[in-house]
Design a protein around this ligand. Structure first.
Ligand code: MN
Length: 406
């Protein structure tokens, strides 16, 4: 069997992301994506190509493997990469090693202990502030001084393909005297990316800007589903709660920071200057093109937004330094999401809230379909990939359908 890697594949030999897969005959265990295939790392170990404790590969999450540290996971990736690039061994003959992605089920890559959601896109924060508060003072006074965030709900993070029921809750319709209970009527997605903690800290310790990179294992695409009507009524004064906690969806393959290294870029200039513990000395933004698609039931895939992770005002290092400046500890598998990633113009907005400007505009889609927010049986798909000098490293996608309320 000869394996070919399609030239436009997100999963080139430069990527080699980690994930958890299963088949009818194989219980969930660690794999790597290559082209349209999964590399069964346990079979690669049995073939004598890699050298690692087999128990780490038989796990149903990546937590224990990641906890071994970057020296172990990087060595594993480099070994597989060298094997794929070499003339003698590769892609032929090792038929048990490769399984078609269309024949596997993907699972949550990590057990998420804690989940934090930031609010780090200046375009998104400005848009929301303009709509809900004051166009003259869209950003709150703290926004340019610290990466604003809140503690989210880890239990409801699910992997791509897991359909989501429309949440129910309490809302206060415009002009009504009292709140009502029922299905959300302003269901939204949020285009985000999340990073996964690879190295823990003890309670009381802080992560600095200098060592933040050591603590970040890799990244996934992240759809932070949001019920805007529930959110609007509940969020003052303590912030997001049930309008957010019903579900978030992630892509199944964890792309390592090492694979993303070639795509580092300068972030936006931060003015006013940030406090010393947030001062940026190295590049920590990444040029990753992002796309959002909406597919109505039996309808066409519509691209409704194109954004980029490089727009982030606050980067991952700053988020982590701020998150732990008070001594809050982090654990392997913790997930930190970026916040909605909007660009400057309206084709790059990362939520329906912004695309429809709080429901004041209608999105005209293929086949005469119109949308202000997400309707039942709509599928939302996020895609992301970095590309430079012929090297492509992508995330695949996170896709999920909205089902009617239970
Ligand atoms: Mn969010």
């Amino acid at each position: 069997m000869q394996i070919e890697i399609p030239s436009n594949s997100d999963f080139s030999e430069h990527n080699l992301p980690f994930g958890i897969f299963s088949t009818e005959g194989i219980k969930p265990r660690v794999g790597m994506a290559i082209g349209d295939h999964v590399i069964d790392l346990l079979e690669l170990l049995r073939a004598g190509i890699i050298d690692i404790d087999p128990e780490l590969l038989k796990q149903s999450t990546l937590n224990n493997l990641i906890a071994q540290g970057k020296q172990v996971t990087n060595k594993l990736r480099t070994k597989v990469q060298a094997w794929i690039k070499s003339d003698s061994s590769p892609l032929g003959n090792q038929s048990k090693v490769f399984i078609k992605q269309s024949e596997v089920t993907m699972h949550m890559p990590v057990q998420v202990g804690d989940y934090t959601d930031f609010y780090s896109s200046i375009e998104h924060a400005t848009n929301v502030g303009t709509m809900f508060r004051d166009p003259e003072n869209a950003l709150m006074p703290n926004w340019k001084h610290l990466p604003v965030g809140y503690h989210g709900r880890a239990s409801s993070i699910v992997v791509s393909g897991h359909d989501i029921h429309r949440p129910k809750g309490q809302t206060k319709p415009k002009g009504a005297d009292a709140p009502v209970y029922g299905p959300s009527r302003r269901l939204d997605f949020e285009l985000e990316m999340a990073f996964i903690i690879g190295k823990p800290t003890e309670l009381g310790q802080s992560i600095t800007m200098e060592n933040a990179h050591e603590h970040i294992f890799g990244m996934v695409l992240f759809n932070d589903w949001s019920a805007r009507d529930i959110q609007k009524w509940e969020y003052v004064p303590l912030g997001p709660f049930l309008g957010k906690s019903f579900a978030s969806s992630i892509s199944p393959w964890v792309v390592t920071m090492e694979a993303l290294e070639p795509f580092k870029v300068q972030g936006p200039i931060q003015e006013p200057e940030v406090l010393e513990y947030l001062e940026q000395k190295v590049l920590a933004n990444y040029d990753i093109s992002l796309e959002v698609g909406l597919t109505p039931q039996d309808g066409a895939y519509n691209v409704i937004s194109n954004s980029n992770y490089k727009y982030m005002y606050w980067n991952m290092h700053q988020q982590l330094a701020h998150h732990t400046v008070n001594g809050c500890n982090v654990k392997v598998g913790d997930m930190m999401a970026s916040g909605t990633i909007s660009g400057k113009d309206e084709t790059s907005y990362g939520s329906m809230l912004e695309l429809s400007w709080a429901g004041s505009k209608t999105l005209e889609l293929n086949d005469g379909v119109k949308r202000k927010f997400i309707e039942d049986h709509d599928t939302i798909t996020l895609k992301g990939a970095a590309e430079k000098d012929g090297v492509r490293v992508g995330f695949g996608e996170v896709s999920a359908k909205i089902l009617p309320s239970l």
